[in-house]
Design a protein around this ligand. Structure first.
Ligand SMILES: *Cc1c(COP(=O)(O)O)cnc(C)c1O
Length: 388
């Protein structure tokens, strides 16, 4: 029988890690709601002992995710932060980490408010400039933490260049691939050591589950990750694993529609009088457009744009939408809209926020898979209602 890992992405997303159940022939991976497993003699088990250590529903998800990233080993976690925490567990006090200055807020928080207390040092740099990253390398640099495209300005970082810098420094290169998904970008193929995911976003895809994952090609690294996964215990339950498995089956078709809708809306906004700047890597005017075209299969479903508007007017726009839901998070089938200055990025002091380009009139949209004409009409009626 052909190894399902030899198939193309869309086929693997449906079949990898998911053989019909041996006992019953059930097509879908069962939800093994189960904490413990019989042993045929002391220490003589059938592959599972205790569900924190391993659970069959989770195994199918982990194998599925590994296959999608083109990696050998997958590990699932109870949240994206649980996955990120596990990468940081690989470090020791005195180690140094380089990350991009516009890293995900929760990642910035765990770096600066949790691990800094354990004497791990962090440098935040502009990762779109490889020279700046190379200059930040120190003797004790053990990890480069890469996120691309970034949130909310959708800058694109050269993953292969980051992997080279990490290799030269004898450090690990970890890439948070949440925004792009493996359908659009596969960091392991570009030289990264670890891929990290918030499964909560596109991989789950239906705004109904929180989860995380780490994927790697290196057996030794996977063993370390597995040790911390089991020791720290931020593991997902079987119901959550089932929901993500259900989500990954349609990842390809969903991402195609997310990308088509986002491209259409980005161009429409780019031509719109009410809009100053559109941040979308698929626009030729985007500063990293060429790199994005090379590194990604398409440009993703996130679009940010700056209105010629005050904080209050922009807040009114995101409050007036009817098809777009005013909410944080992203990657679900439904379109979401938010104002970074008052929501996802409100914790950043104002001066720092403005210096980073996160203006009062900035709006971030997670473009869903509704009909694109309804989405454009909704934005237009919100502009009409809020911008006088
Ligand atoms: C949401 C998110 C996370 C955190 O994941 P949770 O599932 O919310 O814990 C990490 N990185 C990125 C880029 C995210 O969007």
């Amino acid at each position: 029988m052909t190894d399902s890992d030899d198939f193309r992405f869309e086929t693997r997303s449906i079949h990898s890690g998911q053989e019909p159940d041996e006992k019953t022939g059930a097509l879908m991976t069962p939800i093994y709601a189960n904490s413990t497993y019989v042993q045929d003699g002391p220490g003589d088990h059938r592959g599972y002992e205790y569900s924190r250590t391993g659970n069959p529903t989770r195994t199918d998800l982990e194998d599925n995710l590994a296959s999608l990233e083109g990696g050998e080993y997958g590990r699932a976690f109870s949240s994206g932060m649980g996955a990120i925490n596990t990468v940081l567990n690989l470090l020791s006090s005195g180690d140094h980490v380089i990350a991009s200055e516009d890293v995900y807020g929760g990642t910035h928080r765990i770096f600066t408010q949790v691990y800094a207390d354990y004497d791990v040092e962090f440098s935040f740099v502009d990762m779109t400039d490889p020279d700046e990253v190379a200059d930040a390398v120190r003797e004790n640099t053990e990890l480069l933490w890469v996120e691309t495209p970034t949130n909310p300005l959708l800058n694109v970082v050269d993953i292969a260049a980051m992997a080279d810098i990490a290799a030269d420094a004898d450090a690990l290169c970890a890439v948070d691939n949440t925004f792009a998904t493996p359908y659009l970008q596969r960091p392991l193929e570009l030289g990264a050591d670890i891929v990290s995911h918030s499964l909560t976003k596109y991989l789950g895809g239906h705004s109904d589950v929180v989860g995380g994952a780490l994927i790697t090609d290196d057996a030794e690294l996977d063993e370390q990750i597995g040790f911390y996964q089991n020791s720290v215990g931020a593991t997902p339950g079987p119901h959550d694993c089932f929901l993500v498995l259900r989500g990954t089956k349609t990842l390809g078709v969903r991402m195609d529609r997310h990308c088509d809708n986002a491209r259409d809306i980005a161009h429409w906004l780019d031509d719109h009088d009410a809009v100053d700047t559109v941040y979308y890597p698929g626009l030729e005017s985007h500063p990293n457009h060429e790199l994005a075209a090379e590194q990604m299969n398409d440009f993703g479903g996130m679009v940010s744009f700056e209105l010629d508007a005050s904080l209050e007017e922009a807040a009114d726009v995101v409050s007036e939408t009817e098809v777009f839901t005013l909410a944080e998070s992203l990657g679900g089938v439904e379109s979401l809209i938010e104002q970074p200055a008052t929501m996802t990025h409100a914790a950043i002091p104002k001066e720092e926020r403005l210096a980073a380009g996160l203006t009062d009139g900035l709006i971030r949209a997670s473009i869903g898979i509704e009909h694109v004409d309804d989405l454009k009409a909704d934005l237009q009626q919100a502009f009409d209602a809020a911008l006088k």
